[in-house]
Design a protein around this ligand. Structure first.
Ligand code: NDP
Length: 445
């Protein structure tokens, strides 16, 4: 790390003790910014980088609700409004038992640079709760969402902060959250949440956008080598929203997805994962991926997290943070994998990223590769503001253009700052400079 940034990092460690994921995310960005501060001293002089590492606002609240047995349950809600230099705060809500302030801060911090990279007018935020929707009835999920929004509503708005989904928050949860916001405020304010259903203000392609966008990004990488997805073997981790639509797009573009997973284990189907079955298991039955083999006897199920042992040309981690470590990276390299693109946020550990870099594996970081989700959320806001609704084809075309632009911007910026072909440096620097310039222009606020 550049010596001008060491103090900034030390301050982050001191002010945010124990928040290891947040430290990791900050370090990854600061490690890229050496050549930037050398060229542009104004960013350190005006404490722009220090300010960027401190959220503008952090909200923590109690979420009490009543379960089906009549017992009072208690969860904790979070919203970290990290940076609004480029537009209203924007970022998803995560419902998962592992959610804590450090995780929300790492996600909010990453979101600043990702949103900047889209070129659309959105700031960075993230939120969520340690509520676990698994095993909860429909009624319990609805009551929890209503209780969560009963506090959150006062902090959000279409010009203030616009949440969306993330792990554990899909169309069903966004529906309950939007319903409660509408009830409390007596306003049909479509632009306050994204990821809405098509019948009530949602955008076509939003559901598919993160997975599709990640694969569009991979396609751009392949084009730089005059290759395509046709005939490529792909492994995807997870089987949630991002994973499912990554699988769909790989298949549309001629690749074969041979494995996917959930937190229990993974399935391998050499003839290609049957997406309709995965969707039925995950979206309709809300069951475990292990049940895939019941209808596909030629496939096998392996318990545990080592989906990265399955040989592939391209790996798409689409589940959660730090799910792919150094040992997994070495297994991928050993099996000839040559591209890794993060559909999830920070799924690869710093050691894994080092292994890829040393082995010459092309590595696309999440803040660039999975930006298609939030970009399409911004397109949803655009449609809501103009009370319009675009076709699937038009929206997917816009998404494709945005992903191409992000890809090219990463490469051009990496070149400009002396790290040709380095998507991590390109994404961090391009994302950073736009926010930093806006912060300079807006004064010390
Ligand atoms: P979902 O809840 O739809 O799916 C998450 C998937 O990851 C599930 O298969 C889940 O398995 C698995 N998973 C979750 N936690 C763990 C864990 N601790 N260990 C192993 N597997 C786990 O979430 P999304 O698909 O929406 O999100 C996936 C990732 O993509 C996250 O990192 C998210 O931040 C990121 N992302 C999502 C965007 C979106 O638009 N949804 C946008 C940009 C990034 P199980 O069901 O067993 O828990």
């Amino acid at each position: 790390m550049d010596e001008k940034l060491v103090d900034v990092y030390d301050e982050v460690l001191q002010r945010n003790p124990g928040e290891t994921e947040f430290h990791q995310a900050v370090r990854e960005v600061l490690d890229s910014l050496g050549p930037v501060v050398a060229k542009h001293p104004q960013y350190t002089d005006a404490a722009v980088i220090r300010r960027l590492c401190e959220p503008e606002r952090q909200i923590i609240f109690r979420v009490p609700w009543v379960d089906d047995a009549g017992q009072v349950q208690l969860n904790r809600g979070f919203r970290v409004e990290f940076n609004s230099a480029l537009g209203p705060y924007k970022g998803g809500l995560r419902f998962h038992p592992s959610v804590n302030l450090g995780i929300v801060k790492f996600l909010g911090y990453e979101q600043i640079f990702k949103n900047s990279l889209t070129g659309l007018p959105i700031g960075g935020a993230k939120g969520g709760s340690d509520f676990d929707p698994k095993g909860r009835s429909e009624g319990e999920v609805m009551r929890f969402c209503q209780a969560f929004m009963t506090e959150l509503y006062r902090h959000i708005g279409e010009y203030t902060d616009v949440p969306a989904g993330d792990i554990g928050v899909g169309g069903r949860e966004i529906g309950y959250l939007f319903g409660q916001y509408k009830r409390i405020t007596n306003r049909y304010e479509s632009g306050v949440l994204t990821g809405k259903g098509l019948a009530w203000g949602g955008s076509r392609v939003r559901t598919e956008a993160t997975g599709f966008g990640t694969v569009f990004f991979v396609d751009e990488i392949l084009k730089t080598r005059k290759e395509s997805l046709d005939g490529k073997q792909v492994v995807v981790s997870g089987s949630g929203n991002v994973a499912m639509y990554a699988i769909a797009k790989v298949q549309q573009l001629g690749g074969t997805v041979v494995a996917c997973s959930d937190s229990g284990g993974y399935i391998v189907d050499e003839s290609g994962i049957d997406l309709a079955t995965v969707q039925e298991i995950k979206e309709e039955r809300r069951a475990r991926i292990s049940t895939y083999v019941e209808s596909h006897p030629r496939a096998r199920y392996v318990e545990g997290h080592s989906v990265w042992q399955v040989p592939c040309d391209i790996a798409l981690p689409c589940a959660t943070q730090n799910e792919l470590d150094g040992a997994d990276a070495r297994a991928l390299v050993g099996n000839g994998c040559s591209i890794v693109a993060e559909g999830a946020n920070m799924p690869c550990t710093p050691e894994a990223v080092r292994v890829f870099s040393e082995a010459g594996v092309v590595f696309a970081p999440g803040k660039a590769a999975n930006a298609g989700g939030v970009a399409t959320s911004a397109l949803e806001m655009q449609q809501n503001a103009s009370r319009d609704s675009w076709t699937f084809e038009h929206t997917e075309e816009r998404l494709g253009e945005i992903m191409r632009r992000i890809h090219d911007r990463c490469l051009t910026t990496a070149d400009e700052y002396g790290s040709p072909g380095n998507y991590v440096a390109g994404a961090n620097i391009a994302g950073f400079t736009q926010v930093a310039d806006a912060m300079l222009a807006l004064g010390v606020i």
